[in-house]
Design a binder for this molecule. Structure first.
Ligand code: BES
Ligand code: MN
Ligand code: ZN
Length: 489
């Protein structure tokens, strides 16, 4: 989809649709006021009669308005004026785009109103692009039709370019997650990653099973053993700025399908488990954007790719694994496989000299119990670093919230047989005890763990996005790196 900056007037632009924003306080200004004036007060009339409220999620379409050159005007609710920002803009632009994409369109002009901040415009553009692509990759008749051109007004050229790059990154992540597990498995994921690296100028390294053996990645390899699909680890490097620094490491859980292994999941818990590589796909999407934006800060993406299956060579309960950093792990539940994959991937990041680490993983159902399906769980060994990640997420309008890492939780992962065990055997604090497990592999490096089990994949569509993969945290990761580059070069 072509995305361009436009200074065309919302009344005079002869496009297929113009998207106009209205706040819930019902005060018309900017493009909404201009269109209202041109057509003789129709928008004001809709507000007065209660047909239009300006609330989030609302779209009212008007055809053939007098004084307006466009085929239709789509009025979209912007929500409360005081809460306007990247998150609200993403929801409004996404809602309008998803509605309009129900039919094929040529040019669609977004004139939401005063979008003063560049970050707000970029979030809106990325969300509109995401809203035009659905999960129906294999339907003969697609439900959504990307516009031929998306025109965005009231921003500068760099904000529009940044929004387009972010939108393409989010859609890359979503596409990979939405593909079936027979299409995306460790080898094919690695191939896609290498293609993206070539196209964007990232350095790429792919480790196969022999290399992983030589690199002592015993925990990751144990997960892979139950599957006929061999594992891969992909390392992508963005070398830029930060002289003498190794930089930020982004580490992603890439379980291309999680059957649970011998601790087999129920049908209901398994049906969406193609989404269990969303952490790795988020890292790949973010790396693509970071490279294309040429952010002047060094970043390394590490993706641990395996399939968790109950094959005859699968790891068993009671097995003891030795991770890359020498820690021994007693396997108490083969469905707690994500932390095994991340253990070795995190230890690898430490060995490569990471200055800071963020990991992303669809790690625990417990995180969804704690925070619901819309909020990312954030856990860390360094409050200063996790605050930086939180602030970046806030600026992007992506929701995350901290869970505590008190030492009272430490005893829950102690094992009688090995250094630690991969499952506590109790239901309580499952998101935190998983993070406590990961903390054993990051040494002293400032580390923030993002549990995206809830928000990575929508069981039902939202007004602003089709069901399936969301691409959550791609924009936040890019924002984190941009902020680091401004702080440290
Ligand atoms: N991939 C799952 C977590 C998950 C659940 C992601 C729902 C997305 C939606 C993870 O590997 C898992 O199975 N976790 C177990 C851990 C338990 C066995 C300690 C869980 O959450 O039940
Ligand atoms: Mn699992
Ligand atoms: Zn999993």
């Amino acid at each position: 989809m072509e995305v361009v900056l436009s200074d065309r007037s919302p009344c005079e632009a002869a496009v297929d649709a113009v998207v106009i924003g209205v706040f819930a306080d019902k005060q018309l200004d900017g493009p909404a006021a201009a269109v209202n004036e041109a057509c003789g007060g129709t928008i004001q009339h809709l507000l007065d009669s209660g047909e239009l409220s300006g609330r989030t999620g609302e779209v009212v379409q008007l055809w053939s308005l007098p004084g307006v050159a466009a085929t239709q005007i789509a009025l979209v609710g912007l929500g409360e004026r005081e809460r306007w920002g990247a998150g609200a803009c993403a929801q409004a632009a996404g809602t309008a785009a998803r509605r309009l994409a129900a039919q094929p369109r040529g040019d669609v002009l977004f004139a939401l109103g005063e979008v003063s901040e560049a970050a707000t415009a970029a979030a809106g553009i990325a969300a509109a692009m995401a809203a035009c692509h659905g999960q129906d990759l294999y339907r003969a008749e697609r439900k959504l039709h990307p516009f031929k051109r998306l025109l965005w007004s009231q921003a500068d050229a760099s904000a529009v370019e940044r929004g387009k790059i972010l939108g393409e990154a989010v859609n890359l992540t979503r596409r990979l997650v939405n593909e079936p597990p027979a299409v995306i498995y460790p080898e094919t994921f690695a191939e896609r990653a290498v293609e993206i690296a070539r196209a964007t100028g990232l350095e790429a390294e792919v480790w196969d099973a022999d290399r992983l053996q030589a690199e002592r990645m015993g925990a990751l390899l144990a997960v892979a053993r139950g599957s006929s699909r061999p594992p891969r680890v992909v390392i992508l490097r963005h070398r830029a700025g930060g002289e003498g620094k190794k930089g930020l490491f982004l580490v992603g859980k890439g379980v291309t399908f999680d059957s649970g292994g011998l601790s087999l999941k129920s049908n209901d818990s398994m049906k969406d488990m193609k989404c269990d590589m969303a952490g790795a796909a988020t890292v790949l999407g973010a790396m693509q954007a970071i490279a294309r934006l040429d952010v002047p800060h060094p970043v390394v993406g590490v993706m641990g790719l395996v399939e968790n299956m109950p094959g005859s060579a699968a790891m068993k309960l009671g097995d003891v694994l030795t991770a890359r950093n020498g820690r021994t792990i007693e396997v108490m539940n083969t469905d707690a496989e994500g932390r095994l994959v991340l253990a070795d991937a995190l230890a690898l990041a430490v060995d490569q000299g990471a200055d800071r680490i963020i990991d992303l993983a669809t790690l625990t159902g417990a995180c969804m119990v704690a925070l619901g399906t819309d909020v990312v769980g954030l856990m860390s060994n360094d409050p200063g670093w996790s605050d930086q990640v939180r602030q970046a997420a806030d600026a992007c309008g992506e929701l995350c919230w901290p869970l505590p890492m008190f030492s009272v939780y430490d005893e829950l992962i102690q094992s009688d047989v090995a250094d630690i065990k991969n499952s506590t055997g109790v239901r309580w604090a499952g998101a935190i005890t998983a993070a406590k497990f990961l903390a054993q592999f990051v040494g002293e490096v400032p580390w923030t763990h993002l549990d995206i089990a809830g928000p990575a994949f929508l069981e039902r569509p939202k007004p602003w996005l089709d069901g399936g993969a969301t691409g959550v945290m791609v924009r936040t990761l890019v924002e984190v790196v941009e902020r680091l580059s401004k702080a440290t070069g």
